[in-house]
Design a protein around this ligand. Structure first.
Ligand code: ADP
Length: 473
């Protein structure tokens, strides 16, 4: 089967969050299972020169976008058995960063249109186009409006995956004609609550809509989680599925990870402690045997439960623990954490930065991983933590509920500690239960073993996607 995976970011070229991880790993898994899955993404100015130098230029076309006619170069590169295509237009993509510009709507409308226009140039007519999040939600829309009359495009099926429903690509309706070039008789595809909504267009026009966990697929039918789209999704629930994400188990592998102070696996789990010592040295915080380090590696936003942390931070820090937080995000959380870092020297370390190498050192060196999200479509960090034998403490929502099983000390089953209500004291209760288990060596070893024995690879989920592709074809 020929699949074209479209995404605004993909590892190893560009990543700002979970989408980059998924677009890096899922296509690889699909290819290993015998499919021909290729990835197409923008040629960002920020892609490392080492990658740019080894790309080949395939040619260029001009892309019509409303009254515009824009240059579009195409580069390609193969890595880990996956062919990647890059859409080049310096005006749109030669900037620092991927998102957050005043003209994001135009940039990603161009990208989505370009994907369809370059198929003859790259000579790849897929059976399925898999679009992801609002950035490429217009691909199935443009396909239906502009391309279905051509033989090569007539039977292309489309999957649209929602990685986070909060970000929908919502803009003023004046963009519909002038920027997106949507003909007047088709504007209802995108028109929603007096806005132009990219994600709504993707939901309406794709053959199947998926999201990244089964629990989140149910949650987004509820107004509490849907950011206004529950109505549309309930109408389209016949084509809504949940497929839980995996992680790249070669990149995240404590046995082979060069970022670690000392590599380890279950058989040499005592070496995890060396990573804890190394981490304390690196961060210049005191190391004490038997005192747990709790870590968070996260965007610092409301979604990630930072308000719960803020509500009980003093009480949490009065316990015999250390807290290390790595993240960037909203100014109010960054300043709060910096202030606490100064006040609680050696107890709380806040590193306001995006640092993939340090993230891995933290996954390995910490004992517990805190993720009290208000909502969480899937969440990858909790799986990465478990892979490194770091025990997750999570709120029971979305993918966190689907991937972390609460520990039961009678049966010895379970991989972490969970709480249900979005309530700071319930979170604190879960942390205290985790500390209780940490102090009983046999229980803790059992939980670590359960975590590290879990299979988080993409194989199972990739097979579920293949079933979906086959079904729509
Ligand atoms: P989301 O996509 O909502 O941000 P996920 O848990 O799905 O959350 O994925 C987050 C990914 O980004 C993980 O790979 C995590 O390790 C990484 N990450 C988040 N913040 C940082 C940071 N400050 N430095 C390095 N990696 C980070």
């Amino acid at each position: 089967m020929k699949i074209l995976f479209t995404a605004a970011e993909a590892m190893p070229f560009m990543k700002t969050g979970g989408l980059g991880d998924v677009a890096g790993a899922l296509p690889q898994a699909l290819n290993i299972l015998g499919e021909d899955c290729r990835v197409i993404m923008p040629y960002y100015g920020d892609i490392a020169d080492s990658y740019k130098r080894t790309m080949t230029s395939i040619g260029n076309v001009y892309v019509p976008l409303s009254w515009r006619y824009q240059y579009c170069g195409v580069f390609s590169q193969s890595i880990n058995g996956v062919k990647y295509y890059f859409i080049d237009n310096e005006y749109y993509f030669k900037r620092s960063g991927c998102y957050g510009f005043y003209d994001d709507a135009e940039r990603f409308a161009f990208f989505s249109k370009a994907i369809l226009e370059v198929l003859p140039l790259i000579d790849f007519y897929p059976d399925v186009i898999h679009a992801n999040d609002w950035h490429t939600a217009l691909v199935p829309v443009y396909l239906d409006i502009f391309h279905r009359h051509r033989d090569e495009y007539r039977n292309i099926r489309t999957v649209f995956t929602i990685h986070n429903i909060e970000f929908q690509g919502k803009y003023g309706k004046e963009l519909l004609a002038d920027v997106l070039g949507i003909p007047q008789d088709r504007t209802s595809l995108l028109d929603y609550e007096k806005c132009c909504n990219f994600m709504k267009g993707g939901i309406e026009t794709s053959s199947v809509v998926t999201t990244v966990s089964t629990t989140y697929a149910k949650e987004i039918l509820d107004p509490y989680f849907s950011y206004g789209l529950d109505d549309i999704l309930r109408n389209r629930s016949y084509k809504l599925r949940g497929v839980v994400n995996g992680i790249d188990t070669t990149v995240y592998n404590p046995r082979r990870d060069n970022a670690l102070f000392k590599k380890y696996d279950l058989a040499t789990i005592e070496d995890k402690e060396e990573n804890k010592k190394g981490l304390c040295d690196l961060l210049n915080i005191p190391y004490k045997e038997g005192r747990p380090i709790i870590t968070m590696i996260s965007r610092l936003t409301e979604q990630k439960g930072l308000d719960l942390l803020a509500a009980v931070l003093d009480e949490l820090l009065s316990l015999d623990i250390q807290l290390v937080i790595l993240g960037t995000g909203d100014w109010k959380y960054e300043t709060m954490l910096k202030e606490y870092d100064t006040r609680y020297q050696g107890k709380l370390k806040a590193i306001i930065n995006f640092n993939a190498d340090l993230a891995k050192k933290l996954y390995a060196g910490a004992d517990m991983f805190l993720m009290p999200s208000k909502y969480e479509p899937c969440g990858l960090s909790q799986m990465m933590a478990m892979r490194y034998g770091t025990v997750p403490i999570v709120r029971e929502t979305g993918g966190l509920k689907d991937t972390v099983e609460p520990f039961n000390n009678t049966t010895g089953n379970g991989t972490g500690f969970t709480f249900y209500s979005y309530n700071a004291f319930d979170m604190l209760g879960a942390i205290k239960r985790a500390i209780g288990a940490y102090n009983i060596k046999s229980d803790w070893n059992k939980i670590i073993t359960n975590c590290m024995n879990k299979d988080f690879s993409w194989t199972k989920s990739a097979k579920e996607y293949i079933d979906i592709y086959k079904e729509i074809m």
